[in-house]
Design a protein around this ligand. Sequence first.
Ligand code: 5GP
Length: 186
Amino acid sequence: MTSAELPEFPVPGDVGEILITSEQIQARVAELGHQIASDLAGEVPLLVGILKGSALFTADLMRAVTGPVEIDFMAVSSYGDATKSSGIVRIVKDLDAPVAGRHVILVEDIVDTGLTLRYLLEHLSAQGPASLRTCALLIREERTSREVEVDYVGFAVPDAFVIGYGLDVAQRYRNLPYIATYTGPT
Ligand code: 5GP
């Protein structure tokens, strides 16, 4: 198939405003990586990415940590309405190795209510990590109270459904290099 025959991507009408460009993401990820390396100098941070949304962010963040670092992943599924967080989370994939004594940073794609992250924090803190921090690529700017404190924040975004750089709509558009509003069919 030549490129001329490829269907148009993204599908026309699906992507609204580009809120954060690829360059802005990479610059901020580099800053966060340096910050984590300096906050945990002398330690080996364990980045715990929450699949699937934070897979791209976690990989880039790991590359940006200028020192020893490890990664692991957890996968969760939320009960109830897919568009509204219930805070009741089922762990679909747990960590490969115990986190007791480790300096853990939970890495989320977007924190909205914070209910998902709070559940995971409680789950991991019960295992006795040496420290437990949170990192989110995105938080909602309108939300003044969240269930959790986010220690490392990439960007604040408005109250619109966003896609790209790991964030999906029905599993699509995770591969967009930027963060944009979704304006396609729901
Ligand atoms: P919370 O539990 O903080 O309310 O919701 C966080 C989860 O909801 C995120 O990990 C993500 O899976 C999903 N989510 C919330 N807002 C958005 C959004 O604008 N776009 C996408 N793709 N997922 C979102």
